[in-house]
Design a protein around this ligand. Sequence first.
Ligand SMILES: [Zn+2]
Length: 438
Amino acid sequence: MWCERALLPTGIADDVVISMDEGHIVDIAVGKAAPLDSALHRGLTIPGFANAHSHAFHRALRGRTHRGAGDFWTWRDEMYRLAARLTPENYLALARATFAEMVMAGYTVVGEFHYVHHQPDGTPYAEPNAMGTALVSAAREAGIRLTLLDACYLRGGARKPLGADQLRFSDGTAAAWADRVGQLRETDTMRVGAAVHSVRAVDLPAISTVAKFAADRGAVLHAHVSEQMEENAQSQAEYGRSPTEVLADAGALSDRFTAVHATRVRPADIELLARARCTCCFCPTTERDLADGTGPAKTLTNAGVALAVGSDQHAVIDPFAELRGVEMNERMQSLTRGNYSAETLLSFGSSNGYRSLGWSEANAIEVGALADLITISLGGVRLSGAADDALIDSVVFAATSADVTDVVVNGRIIVRDGDHLTLDVGAELRSSILALAE
Ligand SMILES: [Zn+2]
């Protein structure tokens, strides 16, 4: 594949030929004329982005939940009504379309935080991983790399049973969850990760079971952490400890752990996350949409915590919006510009996200790396006239997902000149979402 310009670890180079084999980059040659038989990539080619936190089915809520007032909890009621209508068949269609939208936007791997496991009354499907398998098929057909973060979800809140609309999330016990998740098989583009939905939804002994399952397999472990003040209050009331402290007590914190949101973490929590070399995944477009507030990005990274990003509920699917959202939210809080360089923000989107999802061979344009690449057109209205010595700044601070023209995942071209090569993504989104509309 010939690239007009490519972002190498040493900086931007011109006329780069990238050779790939079995999903990895095997050779890079700079200053080469375009070979006649190679795919041409005009614009700037960079490592693909990781969407480190996704709930694919929330895509069907886009545009339907923004009107009116309320907060996270009122939004959650609408989300539960949608979750109740999912089946393995309609979920496959919706997730395939959503993952395809992601890959067109420049995400080359997604961490799907999966908790809609069973039938609406909680009865397992004949194939206990029917819903997870639907997500795996959806990712394969959409052409995106997947880490299936299968989430343990056992209760409705501190000392509270599951509500009727939460029955299908639960395996009953953490041991039963581990049994089911242990049956999932990985491939070269799919890995299995573990998740604790939250300290609200999983008690401390069960968190220990999930953490041990992940540690035994070297799998990554994710959890929603301190997204809401109410969540912190429940944890204090139950344990006299913050959610992060409870996770630490359960042995969940390590360099394989990602705290999603971390909006309301306190200094003691930040110290625990930093000491264990955890990642935090911010979801700026979602956190804004739900009026969650924004986490202490700079305090976390100063302490040594890595940041990644995710599109979570998919109010928009645009990696550039998430990345500059981290910087812009920090500016609004600190009243200071330039908290992160554009290059650092790119690394949150690519290498940090890949690591958070268990793809530690991650992701730079260098020999041995995964062949997950995206090309950004520099000729569109948003980026035309960009300064040669500030291309990355232009891309991070002004590009949108619409500027991504080509996407390669695992060495295969999935998106070419802005079109998905195998799916009519607009039509699939429309049909799969309307099929679920009330
Ligand atoms: Zn989430």
